[in-house]
Design a protein around this ligand. Structure first.
Ligand code: GLU
Length: 550
């Protein structure tokens, strides 16, 4: 139990996948609220829904939170965070505790076993619908069942749930953000608190854990607002305290749709259709999966499939989960800053701040009631500002760390000084840490494998007098003679040529070279580009361009 007076908030994700932006914002607000008031922030993994849970997924959450800089005082032990006196913090490991309280309620006549089959319940639901009345579970038969009969059925192994005997009467929910709302009597029926598989339902476990873990403030998504009524009647029946509640506005896409994994499939499907791709790009999605995915719009690619396909097609995917933002090269401090602005603002037109500021300033009174709209364009401009204004060394270090996780092929191919040259040349143009990798894939593709952009080749290699190809032919032997293949020596070889043959206009020579070695018109400065590619690849690519367009 926590010491009296200490504020305790908790983030309680169900580990059904990766950490969604909405969940991340809830965690951030819970963290800021407690930490800004000398309190504790606790993390609990709600993994009692056995079908959806997985350990790896829970660990994904932990990593995502750490990446955002959201540390928890109590919870699963992970990289210096967590532990604590109120564990275990995985609900699946707390079943004995839940059972103790379940027994207490059943013995007190406040909860009862129910043996209804799914078919029976469905029949009653359909009958209510046909009669045009709202369906309410009728527990009278179960409540009247004698104890011996209940025990006999349980001993027989008949599947049973435990339902809470909801007291009749209106329920008023008090919410620090949304105000008060009263649910009329009968709105909450006798809901299930223990499932047939022996696990408690979310409603039951959450109430027990919030009490035992000393949670004083429950901040969570607005979709849980009505659930609060169930939690309140349970708290009353168990003689528990009532935490303060605050329900946070949801986060939507700018068009008002839910930010969901489906958004990624939409982008990929559109690209595949536009490019008339009949076969999946090699190593992305299995042939059967591809067929099923194309045939049915409701089929979704899994996380890795979608990422592999996006990389092969070179299309950016809309980010939905924290890990997506990391993969796209956003800075964690920018993501936190931006998430906080979705539903809250510090006032005085202040938009840019860090987590330290947030924990000092965050207050429920400035949380809005209406849904927030997630403006990716604005996020990108925040990230661009933060990246371009950071010192060069920091950018290089962050880009290296990003490359090691998401672009190992670059790290294998480039020496540390080549990498530094690439990062240095890319810094000012980078909106995210990923831009320099995404924009320079030609560096790690085979000399014969990268594609030439037809328009760029036409303009820069085939036309002009002399044509770009003519320049390449003349430069080839000069370059072959360069002794130390580095930017300075390459400049010393190319500049005099441009002075003599292109009226001193380096671009006239640099652009054909750029198209020849990269396939397009955008790359780091040409001498750096050639230096990074190395002698062999640079010459092989020039030869390929001359052969193809000469
Ligand atoms: N496990 C619930 C969820 O992920 C938590 C809700 C709550 O905070 O009470 O939505």
């Amino acid at each position: 139990m926590s010491t009296a007076g200490t504020i305790v908030t908790r983030f309680a994700p169900s580990p059904s996948g990766h950490l969604h932006v909405g969940g991340a914002r809830t965690a951030l607000f819970c963290w800021a609220y407690a930490k800004g008031r000398g309190g504790k922030f606790l993390l609990r993994i709600e993994d009692t829904d056995q079908k959806r849970s997985s350990d790896a997924a829970s660990l994904g959450f932990l990593k995502d939170l750490k990446w955002l800089g959201i540390d928890w005082d109590e919870g699963p032990a992970f990289e210096g965070c967590g532990g604590g006196p109120n564990g275990p913090y995985f609900q699946s490991e707390r079943v004995d505790t839940y059972n103790r309280y379940l027994t207490q309620l059943v013995d007190a006549g406040k909860a009862y076993y129910a043996f209804d089959t799914a078919e029976e319940l469905e029949r009653k639901r359909a009958a209510a619908k046909a009669a045009g009345v709202a369906y309410r579970y009728d527990g009278s038969e179960s409540i009247a069942r004698p104890k011996v009969e209940v025990e006999r059925l349980l001993a027989e192994g008949r599947p049973a749930v435990i339902r809470f005997r909801t007291p009749v009467g209106p329920i008023t929910i008090k919410d620090e953000i949304l105000g008060e709302a009263t649910l009329p009597a009968g709105e909450v029926d006798d809901f299930v608190i223990r499932k047939a598989d022996g696990f408690p339902t979310y409603h039951f476990a959450v109430v027990i854990d919030d009490e035992l873990m000393g949670v004083t403030h429950v901040l969570r998504a607005q979709e849980h607002f009505n659930n609060t009524a169930k939690h309140m009647v349970l708290q009353d029946a168990l003689g528990f305290r009532r935490p303060t509640y605050g329900h946070l506005p949801l986060i939507f896409n700018p068009d008002g749709s839910k930010m969901s994994k489906r958004d990624k499939d939409k982008v990929l499907r559109k690209t595949v259709t536009e490019r008339k791709l009949a076969e999946p790009p090699a190593g992305t999605v299995g042939a059967e999966r591809w067929k099923a995915w194309l045939a049915d719009k409701n089929t979704q690619l899994d996380y890795e499939e979608a990422n592999r396909l996006a990389t092969a097609l070179d299309v950016p995917l809309p980010e939905i989960n924290v890990d997506d933002f990391r993969r796209s090269g956003y800075l964690p401090e920018v993501v936190c800053n931006f998430l906080a602005l979705n539903g809250w603002s510090p006032g005085e037109n202040r938009e840019k701040f860090d987590n330290a500021f947030l924990r000092g300033a965050f207050d429920l009174s400035r949380v809005v009631k209406t849904p927030a709209k997630f403006d990716r364009v604005k996020l990108l401009s925040f990230d661009c500002d933060a990246i371009t204004s950071m010192p060069r060394e920091r950018f290089v270090a962050l880009a290296r760390a990003h490359g090691e996780v998401f672009h190992p092929e670059f790290m294998r191919k480039l020496t540390p000084s080549q990498f530094e040259a690439l990062a240095g040349a890319s810094h000012e143009r980078s909106k995210t840490l990923d831009d320099m990798f995404r924009g320079n894939r030609f560096l790690v593709l085979g000399d014969e494998a990268f594609a030439y952009d037809a328009k760029a080749a036409e303009k820069n290699l085939k036309t002009g007098e002399p044509s770009g190809v003519a320049h390449l032919r003349a430069l080839r032997p000069l370059l072959a003679e360069v002794k130390a293949w580095e930017a300075g020596a390459l400049e010393a070889a190319i500049k005099p040529y441009a002075d003599a043959n292109a009226g001193g206009q380096l671009g006239k020579v640099a652009q054909p070279l750029r198209v020849a070695v990269s396939g397009g018109t955008v790359s780091p400065p040409i001498f750096d580009t050639l230096a990074i590619l190395g002698r062999e690849s640079s010459l092989a690519r020039i030869d390929r361009a001359v052969k193809t367009f000469g």
